[in-house]
Design a protein around this ligand. Structure first.
Ligand code: HGY
Ligand code: MN
Ligand code: MN
Length: 418
């Protein structure tokens, strides 16, 4: 059996038109479907309609996770699940997350066409706020589903405008009634773009993902004293903008110092100056820090040093720095059984592959707490750029990944046992 590549491509394009925007810098058409925004609601309704059209029974839980279930011959057996997310960052392409959801849906359509009913039920899932780009914590929906984040805490998270998760979910009609805690599936498989350069540069067709690196996010509230930019002597200033710049340079020093090896990655993705006027020394800067490393112990050491330096910078610049850890996940290894199924399916299809650690966080790392879980990576063009409208995986790259997803899901769905 092979999936219908043209149908998959058409479904990616159709979803990619919801929340489409023209990127100010590049002029390219990107996707902007921040979690629980109006655009996310449109995308969600579109995919739910696709699920129902494919004969799936759809349930929505209390954090907005959506599950489309296909009956199995032995309908009481634990289901095999596949999915990802359809929320996006503000400057996204049309593949991040969507390939895993629409790819799983394409597997269902292919089985429908072939009139194949697997022993185990199949579930196609998309999880809420995987990006964390709006409410500040990544993998929010899947973390609630597996019990890492309590529902009440998730509902109480707010965005930069003070809007709360629960109210925003309600506003788009996806505050579901189903229990948010997911019963452990038999297995979970996620097809996703690599979002990096490695597979494409090595001309490899497919990545067998061995796990995900450790991730830590901080939000910094740096408070100083607003003043006139012209009349205030430098010696009298308490400028949070200078402190934020020193944190930015500190991140680069931590990466280059050698104490944390060569694989530490550090990013200051957000700096919001208040009042943000050309002739006013800011009184407050909100900034974010994203640090990652394949080894959780090394990341912990780097974070401890970072926090120490925050204090030193605050003292030097006569400001206060209040930091809050907003996301923290350890490195995690995926099921070797699922990895080997992915590798076996790829080689049976004559596809080249390599084992690869994911630099990005994924819902799969949460599901891996519940059941054997694994991922299939698809290469991307333009150095695999992602979180950018230039994100592109070709129809063949996508079809290769989803055909392997088809093979792995159908194998898992025939496995004996509860
Ligand atoms: O940030 C990440 O790694 C993922 O894109 N949520
Ligand atoms: Mn993703
Ligand atoms: Mn992403």
């Amino acid at each position: 059996m092979n999936i219908d590549s043209a149908r998959l491509t058409a479904s990616l394009d159709a979803l990619g038109r919801l929340g489409a925007y023209t990127d100010e810098l590049s002029g390219l058409q990107g996707v902007r479907r921040l979690a629980f925004s109006k655009e996310d609601g449109e995308g969600r309704r579109h995919v739910v309609a696709e699920m129902k059209a494919a004969g799936l029974e759809v349930t929505i839980d209390r954090i907005g996770n959506v599950y489309g279930r296909r009956r199995g011959r032995d309908d009481g057996a634990k289901p095999v699940m596949a999915g990802s997310h359809i929320d996006s960052v503000a400057t996204a392409g049309r593949f991040d997350g969507c390939l895993g959801v629409l790819g799983a849906l394409e597997v269902v359509k292919t089985l429908n066409d072939a009139k194949v009913t697997t022993r185990r039920p199949l579930v196609v899932a998309f999880f809420s706020e995987e990006e964390g780009a709006r409410f500040g914590t990544d993998m929010l929906g899947s973390a609630v589903a597996v019990g890492r984040i309590p529902l009440e805490r998730a509902w109480g998270l707010s965005d930069a405008d003070g809007k709360l998760v629960k109210a925003e979910l309600e506003a788009i009609g996806f505050l579901g009634a189903a229990d948010e805690r997911l019963a452990a599936p038999h297995a979970y498989v996620e097809c996703h773009i690599e979002q990096g350069p490695m597979l494409r540069a090595a001309n490899i067709d497919l990545g067998v993902v061995t796990g995900v690196q450790a991730i830590c996010w901080h939000e910094l509230i740096i408070t100083g004293r607003s003043a006139h930019a012209g009349t205030t002597p430098m010696s009298l200033r308490a400028d949070p903008g200078v402190a934020a710049s020193r944190v930015q340079l500190l991140l680069r020093d931590l990466v280059n110092c050698g104490r944390f090896g060569a694989d530490l990655r550090a990013t200051m993705g957000v700096t919001r100056f208040f009042p943000g006027l050309v002739n006013v020394v800011p009184n407050r800067v909100v900034a974010t820090v994203d640090i990652r490393h394949p080894d959780d112990g090394v990341l912990r050491r780097a974070e401890a040093e970072l926090v120490e330096e925050y204090e030193q910078i605050a003292a030097d610049e006569k400001v206060t720095i209040v930091h809050r850890q907003t996301a923290r996940t350890p490195d995690i290894a995926f099921s070797t059984k699922v990895q080997d199924l992915v590798a076996g399916a790829a080689s049976a299809r004559g596809l080249s592959m390599q084992r690869i650690v994911s630099g990005a966080g994924h819902d799969c790392q949460e599901l891996a707490r519940l059941c054997p879980a694994g991922m299939i990576f698809v290469p991307g063009e333009y150095d695999g750029i992602s979180h950018n409208p230039r994100e592109l995986s070709t129809p063949k790259q996508c079809a290769d990944g989803v055909n392997v997803l088809l093979d792995v899901l159908t194998t898992l769905a025939e496995e004996e046992g509860p």
